[in-house]
Design a binder for this molecule. Structure first.
Ligand code: HEM
Length: 462
């Protein structure tokens, strides 16, 4: 189609309505920089996965598109071009005061991104990442050496399990950075690093992680869309999820297990929260294996598939053989397994909970009226800490800045913090920056509010 075609905005928004109504054959469109792209056939082949691109059907995907794609994707995007929005649609004239404010905020953040790009703030420091990779591998080597030389002593095995747990956690943060392409401009170089650090060292699948995590970034804390807040029936994080979960039970009269959880477990979730997060690492590692060996690589590349799967297999083979070879008794082997898995579970989950739990959860309708950048600011929590805290959190305590600029290298996030904070202040947009203790209390408070609601719903239902 010629570049002169004008597509009414209603064509795009109607595709969202049709998608929500479950009309599978309806055409699907997105807008990027006031240009309309038809993605109906492309969705299934999207190299970033079906799930994440689907979050943007019928919407203006400009900011999220710019944040997640290399130059090569723009050439592909051009193939889907069908026309421009009309000038009246591009201007979006009838906005209420709140939406207008959000729009102006978004425009300033976009301008800031441009300015920061020109200053090189999105170029990862190779020295920083070399240091991070080597120092993290040194932690892993220390754990291994402890097992090798002291596998007969229960105390040394215990210490080695704690060190291994911290090693996996730090590998997770580094894989996260590479997964967002923070270190290299070449995306495949970053992906190889994720396969090594995330797959081989930590036991998590690159594609599983990207599918889940990028969808989380594209629809942060949006009810029904963000996979990170969909943790039922283990934990419920907000009232909407609670109402949905209990509501769904009415239609499933035969779901004895879910009904048991709803009646006897969830109304006590604050009490068992600290117990259950100890299993987080094991659960994610199992999900990784299931995803990698059933769904496979996101972009369907056989070589990436092979790389991912062999990294995961090597991880488990080496972990098991070193446990069997270096630890002298079965009880110490069991202890090593439990403590190493649980340490990573706690070290990852406590940080994740602090990132978004207890922050506003949005309905799809609320999110549609907000700029991408506003959603990112209001749904994330920054935690102010010293260098040790920054290390433990892997820089994710600058969660607001990370969500506004996911591809910005970790080492530059503290530098842009004052700028994002000032913009939020200027536009009266929530910017929540707190201490580690306060953040933890907020997470527990959120769990408690939901626990009480679960109790009430359970009393009504059973
Ligand atoms: C016609 C529209 C689109 C085209 C042509 C396109 C193209 C691509 C391409 C080529 C890649 C691989 C990039 C790489 O080499 O790393 C990719 C990855 C990705 N895309 Fe898209 N994309 C489109 C729409 C979207 C939309 C609307 C989203 C919304 C969130 C999205 C999110 C992603 C994500 C998260 C990745 C994974 C990036 C990674 O490897 O980490 N894409 N896309």
């Amino acid at each position: 189609m010629s570049g002169q075609s004008v597509i009414p905005l209603s064509v795009v928004t109607d595709s969202l309505k049709a998608y929500k109504a479950g009309e599978k054959d309806a055409k699907k469109f997105i807008v990027v920089d006031n240009k309309v792209y038809e993605i109906t056939d492309f969705i299934a082949d999207h190299p970033g996965g079906v799930k994440v691109i689907s979050t943007q059907i019928g919407k203006d995907a400009s900011d999220v598109f710019h944040a997640m794609h290399p130059e090569s994707a723009y050439e592909m995007l051009a193939n889907c071009y069908v026309g421009d929005l009309g000038p009246e649609d591009a201007a979006v004239p009838e906005l209420d005061e709140k939406a207008e404010n959000s729009k102006r905020f978004g425009a300033e953040v976009r301008a800031l991104r441009q300015q920061l790009e020109e200053q090189g703030a999105f170029q990862g420091s190779h020295l920083f990442y070399a240091y991070k990779v080597l120092s993290t591998l040194a932690i892993g080597a220390t754990g291994l050496a402890m097992l090798y030389f002291g596998g007969q002593s229960t105390w040394v095995v215990l210490a080695a399990a704690l060190v291994t747990g911290v090693f996996w956690q730090q590998c997770g943060w580094l894989a996260h950075d590479f997964g967002h392409h923070q270190a290299y401009n070449d995306h495949s170089a970053n992906d190889v690093m994720v396969a090594f650090l995330g797959g081989f060292c930590q036991g998590f699948s690159l594609s599983w992680w990207k599918n889940k995590h990028n969808t989380h970034h594209a629809s942060t804390n949006v009810h029904g869309h963000d996979p990170d807040i969909d943790t039922a029936p283990v934990l419920l994080w907000d009232e909407m999820a609670t109402a949905t979960f209990y509501g769904s039970l009415e239609d499933q009269k035969d779901s004895t297990f879910s009904r048991f959880i709803a009646e006897h477990i969830l109304p006590y979730q604050t009490r068992y929260y600290f117990f259950v997060i100890g299993f987080a690492r094991l659960s994610w590692a199992i999900q990784s294996l299931q995803y990698s060996f059933s769904v496979g690589a996101l972009n369907k590349s056989p070589s990436l598939n092979l790389l991912e799967r062999s990294m995961l297999v090597c991880h488990w083979v080496l972990y098991t053989s070193w446990t069997l070879l270096f630890i002298s008794s079965w009880t110490n082997m069991l202890m090593f397994f439990v403590v190493s898995q649980a340490t990573t579970g706690y070290a990852l989950a406590l940080v994740f909970a602090m990132n978004h739990s207890g922050m506003p959860v949005l309905t799809q309708e609320q999110a549609e009226k907000m700029e991408f950048f506003e959603i990112q600011c209001v749904t994330a929590r920054d935690v102010s800490m010293g260098p040790l805290g920054d290390w433990f959190f892997g820089g994710l305590n600058y969660q607001i800045e990370h969500h506004v600029f996911p591809d910005m290298p970790r080492h530059n996030l503290p530098k842009v913090k004052p700028q994002i904070k000032a913009l939020c202040k200027k536009y009266d947009i929530l910017y929540h920056d707190t201490s580690c203790l306060r953040g933890t209390l907020e997470v527990l408070q959120a769990l408690d509010v939901v626990q009480k609601l679960a109790g009430k719903l359970s009393q009504k239902m059973f």
